[in-house]
Design a protein around this ligand. Structure first.
Ligand code: UD1
Ligand code: MG
Length: 413
C-alpha cells in the first residue's frame, strides 16, 4: 500500500465569537460536556496528521489547555480567517506537505471528505448544501466543478444570495504555495477582513485551480450562535444514544435522555425517561436508572438501582446491587454492595457499608459551617427514619440506630 504523505492540520479558533454573546471563547462552549474544539480535534486525530496547529487569540489560555498536547499559535488581532492562517504557516515554515485548514466552529466535519481533499491533486475546498445557508459564503463553480469564487454573504448581490452551494469553510493547500498566496490577500470587502475564501482567487491568478469537493449534510453548518450550538447538541445526543443502544442499553424514551461525551454504559443498562447523565459516569451491566435521575462523576456497579428522582453527585461510587431510591442525594460517597437508602435522604462524605439500610429522612450532616467531615458507617447497620448523623462519626458493623436519633459520637459495632 502507498504510504500516505505527511500533512498538517490548522484549526482556526481565534475569532471573538461575538454572535454567541458570551465571555467564553466560542470553541470552548460544550457539546455533551466536551468543548466544540475537542470534538473537532478528536475527529481530525483519526486522520493521523503529522501536526495539528490551533490558532487562538491572546488571553485565551483555556483554548491552549483544551488543545494540548497540540501546538497553539496566537493571532494577535482578529483580522479575518485569511489572516488567522498566517501565524500557523509561520510555525510550519519547514513543512512541505499539504495543509488542511479547518474552522474551529465546525465540530462534526466529515473526515472521509477531508481524506478526499487530501487525495485530490492541487487545492480543494469543501462545499455543502445545508438546510439553511444563512451567513455562509456562496460557492460559484465552472462546468468542471472547479471553483470560480466564493462570495461571502455580506458581499453577495441579490442573485448570488440565491445560490445554494455554500462554503463549508475547509480548504486543502500545498503548504509552500499557501504561504505565498496568503501574502497577496487584501481586506477590500464588506467586513474589512482578510478572507481565507479569497485565497483560491489568488491561486487562480497564478494558474492554479481549486477543486470543489461536495459533502452531504443535513445539519445547520458551523456554530455561530447559541441556537446553532443547541442544534449541534441535539445531533450529538442522537449520536451518543444510538451508540449506547447499539451496545445493548435499553431506553424507553431516548429523546428525553441526556448523555455525556464520555458516558460508559454496559449491556442491559436501562435508562428510563428524563435521565440526565453528566461527565465521568460509568455504569455496569443490569443497572436501572429510573426516571428523572441526575448523575455525575460516579461509577455504578452491576445490578444497582437508582431513582426515580435521585441525584448522585461527583466522586461517588455505588456498589453492586445497592439501591438508591427517590429524593436521595449522594455526594462524594461510597455506597457498598447491597446497601440501601430508599427515601428522602442526604448522604454526603459518607462510606455506607455493605447491606446497611438508611431510613427515610436521614441526613448525614457533613458540614459544620466551616469544614466538611466524613462519616463511616459499617456493614449491616440499620439507621432508623429521620436520624441525623453529625459527621465525623464512625458507626460499627451491625449497629441499630433508633428512629429520630441525633448521632454525634462514634457507635461501636
Ligand atoms: C466562514 C467563511 C464562510 C463559510 C463559513 C462556514 C470566511 C471569510 N468565511 O464564515 O465562507 O461559509 O465559515 O462555517 O472564511 N477565526 C479566527 N480569526 C479571525 C476570524 C475567524 O481564528 O480573525 C476563526 C473563528 O474562531 C472560527 C472560524 O475562524 O472558528 C470561522 O470564523 P467565523 O467568524 O465563524 O466565520 P463565518 O462567518 O462562520
Ligand atoms: Mg462560523
Amino acid at each position: 500500500m502507498k504510504k500516505a504523505s505527511p500533512f498538517a492540520v490548522i484549526i482556526l479558533a481565534a475569532g471573538k465569537g461575538s454572535r454567541m454573546k458570551s465571555a467564553k471563547p466560542k470553541v470552548m462552549h460544550e457539546i455533551a460536556g466536551l468543548p466544540i474544539l475537542n470534538w473537532l480535534i478528536s475527529r481530525v486525530e483519526g486522520l493521523n496528521p503529522e501536526k495539528i496547529i490551533v490558532v487562538t487569540a491572546p488571553n485565551m489560555n483555556d483554548v491552549i489547555e483544551a488543545a494540548a498536547p497540540h501546538t497553539c499559535v496566537i493571532q494577535k488581532e482578529q483580522l479575518g480567517t485569511g489572516d488567522a492562517v498566517k501565524p500557523a504557516m509561520a510555525a510550519l515554515k519547514d513543512f512541505s506537505g499539504k495543509v488542511l485548514v479547518l474552522l474551529g466552529d465546525e465540530p462534526f466535519v466529515d473526515i472521509d471528505i477531508l481524506q478526499n481533499m487530501l487525495d485530490t491533486d492541487g487545492p480543494s475546498v469543501m462545499a455543502i448544501e445545508p438546510p439553511s445557508n444563512k451567513g455562509l459564503g456562496r460557492v460559484i463553480t465552472d462546468k468542471d466543478f472547479n471553483l470560480v469564487e466564493i462570495v461571502e454573504q455580506k458581499d453577495c448581490d441579490e442573485e448570488q444570495k440565491k445560490i445554494t452551494l455554500s462554503n463549508a469553510g475547509n480548504f486543502c493547500f500545498e503548504a509552500k504555495k499557501l504561504t505565498e498566496w496568503l501574502d497577496a490577500l487584501s481586506n477590500n470587502n464588506a467586513q474589512g477582513e482578510y478572507y481565507l475564501t479569497d485565497v483560491p482567487k489568488i491561486a487562480q491568478a497564478n494558474g492554479v485551480k481549486t477543486k470543489v469537493i461536495k459533502a452531504k449534510t443535513s445539519m445547520i453548518w458551523g456554530i455561530n450562535t447559541k441556537s446553532e450550538l443547541a442544534d449541534h447538541e441535539i445531533f450529538a445526543q442522537m449520536m451518543l444514544r444510538e451508540r449506547a443502544m447499539s451496545n445493548g442499553v435499553t431506553m424507553i424514551d431516548p429523546d428525553s435522555v441526556t448523555l455525556s461525551f464520555d458516558t460508559q454504559l454496559d449491556e442491559d443498562v436501562t435508562l428510563e425517561p428524563n435521565v440526565f447523565i453528566g461527565k465521568g459516569v460509568i455504569i455496569a451491566k443490569n443497572v436501572t436508572i429510573h426516571a428523572f435521575s441526575y448523575i455525575e462523576g460516579t461509577e455504578i456497579e452491576e445490578g444497582a438501582e437508582i431513582g426515580p428522582f435521585a441525584r448522585i453527585r461527583p466522586k461517588s461510587h455505588i456498589g453492586k446491587k445497592a439501591s438508591i431510591g427517590n429524593f436521595i442525594e449522594v455526594n462524594r460517597s461510597i455506597i457498598e454492595e447491597g446497601a440501601k437508602a430508599k427515601h428522602v435522604s442526604y448522604l454526603g462524605d459518607t462510606i455506607l457499608g455493605a447491606k446497611s439500610n438508611v431510613g427515610a429522612g436521614t441526613v448525614i450532616a457533613n458540614y459544620d459551617g466551616f469544614f466538611k467531615h466524613q462519616s463511616q458507617i459499617g456493614n449491616n447497620v440499620f439507621i432508623g427514619s429521620n436520624s441525623t448523623i453529625i459527621s465525623p462519626v464512625i458507626i460499627g458493623d451491625n449497629a441499630i440506630i433508633a428512629a429520630g436519633s441525633n448521632v454525634n459520637k462514634d457507635i461501636p459495632g
